[in-house]
Design a protein around this ligand. Structure first.
Ligand SMILES: O=C(O)CCC(=O)C(=O)O
Length: 286
């Protein structure tokens, strides 16, 4: 359970770090399975439906920035969509009826690791209400040095920034007036989790340290939050992803700033979309 103070902090700031959620054995299993995927990636030479490769990836020095949809790739990941110690925490802020949606393992290897430019998840997948958040399960200590997630506290209550360039959605904030004032790193030890609100402005720098930074992210939402940009999922798919409480055909509507993530380049991950950005703030030249 989250304390009253933690819930108040989440509501005010839009994020939380919670230590010691996974057991040592659970953490060890997730790390082992993740290492197995890195081993498998030696045979892969370009991004595919499972692997997103760092630019320097090779068979001899495999380097992944993402395992896509890990929940469908291995049972060791799948169980975390229904892991009671995590759902108990998520329920404290999203309520009793919960559905999971996107998921990924984002990795930043020592002295490597692509930046993730400033963005709001809400710009990718606006819903009928904003009771959505991302759980980040820390497979390594996440520190300011190894490319921690950075957030702008309180930005989840502010506007929806423009994520378009030349008329196309590029997955990163493009407004020239955007300034990441007040940004803070979210730090957490391996085995802890982070929560961040769907409208939170966030990003991360490359990893300049010698320590890996691997985060397993799972998105959860209130079951009455329905996507405004069609995902292509059937009703059965949606209902099968309700992990607590019950599904509903009655979306809860909230008056919120929305800009649709259209038109968008099909199939590209956030890294590929952001590569099109003319003025990156966290990667490439920084
Ligand atoms: O891995 C990170 O640091 C940021 C993750 C993120 O915001 C994303 O993948 O959308």
């Amino acid at each position: 359970m989250l304390s009253v103070a933690q819930i108040a902090s989440y509501e005010t700031n839009g994020y939380l770090a919670i230590e010691d959620v996974l057991t040592a054995a659970a953490l060890e299993e997730l790390r082992r399975v993740t290492d197995e995927f890195v081993e498998k990636s030696r045979k892969v030479t370009s991004n595919d439906e499972i692997f997103d490769l760092e630019p320097g990836h090779s068979a001899t020095l495999p380097s992944l920035r993402r395992i896509k949809h890990p929940l469908t790739r291995h049972p060791a990941y799948a169980k975390y969509a229904r892991h009671d110690p995590i759902l108990d925490l998520v329920e404290c802020v999203l309520g009793p009826d919960l559905r999971f949606h996107n998921n990924k393992v984002n990795m930043k290897n020592p002295s490597d690791g692509s930046a993730v430019e400033w963005h709001q998840d809400w710009a990718f997948y606006p819903h009928t209400n904003d009771d959505l958040l991302e759980v980040g399960i820390a497979l390594d200590d996440m520190t300011a040095e190894n490319g921690a997630l950075m957030v702008i506290p309180g930005s989840h209550r502010d506007r929806t920034w423009n994520h378009h360039q030349d008329g196309f959605f590029v997955g990163a904030i493009t407004d020239p007036e955007f300034k990441p004032d007040g940004a803070v790193p979210v730090t957490v030890r391996a085995g802890g989790i982070t929560l961040h609100h769907v409208r939170m402005v966030h990003g991360s720098r490359p990893n300049r340290s010698q320590q890996p930074r691997r985060m397993f992210f799972i998105g959860f939402c209130a079951a009455d939050a329905w996507p405004l940009v069609p995902s292509g999922d059937s009703l059965e798919d949606m209902d099968n992803r309700v992990v607590r409480g019950k599904p509903t055909l009655e979306p809860r509507m909230k008056d919120l700033p929305v800009r649709l993530s259209l038109p968008r380049v099909e199939g590209g991950s956030i890294y590929e979309q952001q590569e099109k950005l003319r003025n990156p703030r966290l990667g490439r030249n920084t």
